[in-house]
Design a binder for this molecule. Structure first.
Ligand code: NAD
Ligand code: DAU
Length: 366
């Protein structure tokens, strides 16, 4: 029976991880610590909140006293650290919050874990798993080999630099103090509960409303895409079987240009709305509701400053050592995602408030 602390558990990957873990590990308890920034949403945890093995604590990873109390009160033996500021565009306009949450926040958690778990000098009291990103490796050219665990760090945005710094801190706490740690560096996730500022849910919600689909630059930037539940399975594999001190790259083997992603999403919506009158009634402004195509909403806008051209993951290590492979293809994962957003309109309507749209218009108007 493990007692997990999931930081950032009210966010996109965190909430998916909590649901996945409670389902797959019926003997374990899960405590979420989340400060509920704009990206945190208690509604995403609704299905878990009825469970006795689950508790939610509204607090900040920067609050050392709060973290100390949680570790000791709930006999935490595993930290799955996901709390972070996660959106690259926001980091460009306000890097300070990223340094605080991602760098100082990770440092605060590491110090708390070190104090609690290493106090009797034995290293086996707990495991700190750090969830990181492929963006720490920088940008690839079209012919470059994919990132792997030995790729040099070359972060390009304030977001990726803050994540890179946190990765180094995690590594140092293992090397210097013997804290049991693992780190996973994952590619772009998509799926249920993702805040509609990230590419796929943003384009989906915009298309349903007949709003422009803003493609940065030429739309030929490439990302590797992984369905969020597969990421949760990857984290699980590392937690259960990964070696302490080791890093694992997690990817979906699905490199796509942004244009390919948006085109595929549009075709899918054209098909669903074109054939389901109830969806046409709910989303009358979507071009597919009146026999036209969502693709006509595509609009090229100014590029993201410092926009990384290509990410790709070589997942040989996690496949070979831990036997992990994604279950969903991009096609099946996208279908699941679209279906979830269509069935959970109240979830995304609840978070699409005016101030957010104003921020996007101010910073990324065409
Ligand atoms: P998210 O923005 O959806 O959620 C982040 C959560 O952290 C929110 O619930 C927020 O309230 C919480 N949070 C932020 N600052 C906090 C603080 N100081 N104290 C407590 N809680 C705080 O992010 P996500 O997309 O779910 O990403 C989760 C983690 O996975 C991040 O560390 C991110 O870097 C990493 N990651 C994300 C992706 C991706 O594609 N989304 C890919 C690889 C790695
Ligand atoms: O690679 C992992 C990373 O993936 C995570 O570490 C980050 O937390 C996560 O946000 C994501 O970063 P990206 O910058 O790749 O994701 P985003 O959804 O913001 O953008 C994906 C691509 O789509 C990127 O090339 C920028 C482009 N884009 C994005 C938006 C929001 C557009 O063209 N238009 C848009 O409106």
């Amino acid at each position: 029976m493990a007692s997990l602390l999931v930081t950032g558990g009210a966010g996109f990957i965190g909430s998916n991880f909590v649901h996945y873990w409670l389902r797959s590990h019926p003997g374990d308890s899960v405590t979420v610590l989340d400060s509920l920034t704009y990206a945190g949403n208690l509604a995403s945890l609704e299905p878990a909140r009825a469970e006795q093995r689950f508790r939610f604590i509204h607090g900040d990873i920067l609050d050392r006293e709060c973290v100390d109390r949680i570790l000791s009160d709930h006999s935490i033996d595993t930290i799955v650290h996901l709390a972070a500021e996660s959106h690259v565009d926001r980091s460009i306009h306000g890097p300070g919050a990223f340094i605080q949450a991602n760098l100082v926040g990770t440092y605060t958690l590491l110090e708390a874990a070190r104090t609690c778990w290493l106090k009797d000098g034995s290293p086996g009291n707990g495991r700190f798993h750090h969830v990181s990103t492929d963006e720490v490796y920088g940008s690839l050219g079209p012919e470059d080999p994919a990132f792997d665990e030995d790729t040099s760090y070359a972060p390009n945005s304030p977001y990726s630099a803050s994540k890179a710094g946190s990765d180094h801190l995690v590594r140092a706490y293992h090397h210097t103090y013997g804290l049991e740690v693992t780190t996973s560096n994952c590619s772009n996730n998509y799926g249920p509960y993702q805040f509609p500022e990230k590419l796929i849910p943003l384009m989906l919600v915009n298309a349903l409303h007949g709003r422009a689909l803003p493609i940065y630059g030429d739309g030929m930037n490439v990302r590797d895409w992984l369905f969020v539940e597969d990421h949760c399975r990857g984290i699980e594999a590392v937690l259960l079987h990964g070696r302490s001190g080791r890093t694992y790259c997690i990817g979906g083997n699905t490199e796509r240009t942004n244009m390919e992603i948006v085109r595929q999403l549009c075709l899918h919506l054209d098909e669903r709305l074109g054939s389901e009158p109830s969806l046409q009634e709910r989303f009358p402004d979507c071009p597919a509701s009146s026999g036209s195509t969502c693709g006509e909403l595509v609009s090229f806008v100014k590029d993201r400053p410092g926009h990384d051209r290509r990410y790709a993951i070589d997942a040989t290590r996690i496949e070979g050592e831990l036997g992990f492979r994604p279950v969903e293809s991009f096609e099946s994962g996208l279908a699941l995602t679209i279906d979830w957003y269509l069935r959970n309109e109240s979830w995304w309507r609840g978070i699409m408030d005016g101030s957010y749209r104003q921020w996007i218009d101010t910073n990324y108007g065409s």
